[in-house]
Every structure is written in C-alpha cells, then in structure tokens.
Write a protein that binds this ligand. Structure first.
Ligand code: KG4
Ligand code: ZN
Length: 347
C-alpha cells in the first residue's frame, strides 16, 4: 500500500488511560514518541474516566514540549497536527482534541481527527513498512476485538467484532476475580507460562459458529464460576497458574481460529495486529505458526506500538493530511465506534 505522507506531524492520543505524543517525519521516521501510562488507575482496579481526563490535562502539554525538545524542533517547524477524536472515553478524548485544536490555531497549521481503531489497523506499518493487500487486521484491546479486511487506506470491510466483552476486558476481569492486579493481561500472560493449559476444560465461545464475531463473556463467567466455588482469595499458586493457562489457551485458540477463517475467506496476503492484547506472547506465537503455514505475512508491532500510542495517530494523520483532507478546526470528540465514521455494522 503506497500512500503519501505529510512532513512533520505532531500526534496526540488520549482516548483512554494512556497519554501519548509523537512527532513523525515523512510518515516513516519517529522523531519522538512518549507514552505515559497512568498508573493511578491501578489503585481502583480499573480505569476511572474522570481521573483519566484530569491526568491527560496535566500530562499532555508537558509531553508536547518534551517531544518537540527530543525531536529538536521548534513548534513552528510542525506542518500538521493529528489527534484521536474517536472512539474512547469522551472526557479523555475532549482533552486531546481541545489541545490539538488550540496548538493548530496558535501555530496556523491544520489539525485532522484520526479514528483510534483505524490507527490500530495500520500501526504495524511503522515498523514493517507498507502492507501487501488485501490484508486482515485484528485489533484486540481492553475495549475492542475487531477483525477487519483492509483493502487500502480508508477502504475497510468489517468482518467481525465481539458481541459482549473485549478480549482484554476478559483478561482484566478474570485477573480481578483471581485477586490479581490491573491490568490483568500482562499478569495472566506471565502466570500462564507456568501453568497447565489443560487443567480446566473451558469453553471456546463462537469457535464453530459461522461468521467472524467473537464472544468472551461466557468464558469469563466459566472462570468466575470455578473461582466462586473456591471461596475468597488468596488461592493456591498452582491453581491460579493453571487457571491462567487454561483461560489463555481458550482466548488464544478462539482468536487464532476466527482470524484464520478471515484470512481464508478474504484471500488476504498479510495479517496486521494491534491493541494491548497483541502483546500477548502465546497469541503472537500461535499466530506466527498459523500464518507461516498459510504463507501469510504476519505484521505484529513491538509492544509499544500495539498498545495505545500517538505514533499510529501521527501516521494516519500524516496520510490524511497528504491526501488533502480538509483541516478540522471544529473537530469534536465521538465516544462510540459505531458513530465514528468507520463501516462498522450496527446491531
Ligand atoms: O490497547 P490497550 O493498551 O488499551 C485499550 O484498551 O485501548 O489495551 C489494554 C488491554 C488491557 O485489557 C490489558 O489487560 C491487555 O490489553 N493486555 C494484555 C497483555 N498486555 C496488555 N492482554 C493479554 N496479554 C498481554 N500480554
Ligand atoms: Zn487502543
């Protein structure tokens, strides 16, 4: 996929609980990339929207200054600004959008809104270069599980989504139920490597259903029922490791099976991954094997570019600006994916 890029774009991401700022040159060279994960949510066992918005307001202006200093640029060197406008926590989005509009106005440069999910579809391009087309992208995060056919920049066919919990949400809730910390994904990923994945016979929801949708709430409930029968935490280490391994095996098997089905149905030549769950080592390993068997190019970004980050926002913003997208001085935040302008089927 060959797309032109704008010269020096400042990217701003604040859709959830990660504040991030990037400066991208010519759509390829990351001159600066800062990500501040807001640790304060660990105290509450989940993201508190009001606190996330306040933290963005505190962090982002300072991060913009630091990113420009690291890139050795003056604000006046920037040629455009890209900011996540949707989907996400509305209070968090509003902070990034307002800041981006203010910088653009003050600097006399255009600001464009970038869809966060569209940015995840393309994040792998920053390290793997342009994707062979058609491609399939799997976005697996705390808020989303999306399987999309990518035919070109801006040309997408939605294949499937989760019907209930996102994959990352299931990880977080299972970890919470086991009395582990937040976010649960990295903790369960680590524990799973030491456990027996066949110790518990857990469901693989939707595995044999037609289509490409996912469902994780039944699996989450199956784990919750096992844990409920055990009484209150703490639980024996062996048992927690075995549950982690059994749960992870069910998630990975489901994600891989549905994704392979999508590759076969579309004849895609490449698979791109995005979202925090794409950091999962078992998922990465299983996809490597499955894609190698099918001769499909697997494009997994490094963990920093899987999770929420401003580099992918700057990338898509850079393409939009170079394609002549009109500046959006009246840009507004949009919370829901369905109303965000992507061709997502509505229920
Ligand atoms: O993309 P992301 O940083 O934020 C959004 O949700 O948009 O994804 C965060 C999610 C959390 O649910 C977290 O538990 C999960 O990604 N996650 C993982 C791993 N690392 C992060 N899930 C499974 N295995 C991991 N290694
Ligand atoms: Zn995300």
């Amino acid at each position: 996929m060959s797309v032109s890029s704008a010269r020096l774009v400042l990217g701003i991401e604040s859709s959830c609980d990660d504040s991030s700022v990037a400066v991208l040159e010519d759509g390829t060279r990351l001159r600066a990339h800062l990500i501040a994960a807001q640790d304060l949510h660990k105290l509450y066992g989940g993201v508190v929207p009001e606190l996330a918005a306040r933290a963005h307001l505190d962090l982002l202006p300072r991060m913009v200054e630091q990113a420009l200093a690291e890139a050795r640029l003056a604000p006046g060197d920037l040629t455009g600004i890209a900011v996540t406008y949707a989907p996400g926590l509305v209070g968090s989005l509003v902070v990034g959008v307002a800041l981006a509009k203010a910088y653009a106005y003050a600097l006399g440069i255009p600001v464009v809104g970038v869809n966060h999910i569209e940015a995840h579809l393309h994040a792998a391009t920053l390290e793997h270069g342009p994707s062979p087309l058609p491609a399939v992208a799997l976005v697996v995060s705390g808020g989303h599980t999306e399987l999309v056919e990518v035919r070109g920049f801006g040309d997408y066919r939605w294949l499937g989504s989760t019907r209930d919990d996102a994959a990352g949400e299931a990880y977080d809730k299972v970890a919470k139920r086991l009395g582990l910390g937040f976010p649960g994904g990295p903790i369960l990923d680590r524990l799973a490597t030491q456990g027996n994945a066949t110790a518990f016979d857990l469901p693989r929801p939707m595995l044999h259903q037609p289509g490409f949708d996912f469902s994780f709430s039944g699996l989450k409930t199956a784990v919750a029922n096992i844990v409920a029968a055990l009484g209150d935490p703490p639980y024996a280490d062996d048992l927690v490791r075995d549950l982690a391994a059994s749960f992870q095996a069910a998630v990975v098997e489901t994600l891989v099976a549905r994704t392979m089905r999508a590759l076969e149905a579309t004849g895609a030549r490449a698979l791109s991954l995005g979202g925090g769950v794409a950091c999962n080592r078992a998922l990465r390993a299983a996809l490597e094997t499955a894609c190698a068997e099918r001769n499909v190019a697997l494009r997994i970004p490094s963990p920093r570019l899987c999770a929420d980050n401003a580099a992918m926002i700057a990338l898509v913003g850079s393409w939009k600006l170079a394609a002549g997208a009109p500046a959006e001085p009246g840009l507004e935040a949009v919370a829901s994916l369905e109303e965000s302008g992507l061709p997502v089927p509505t229920a």
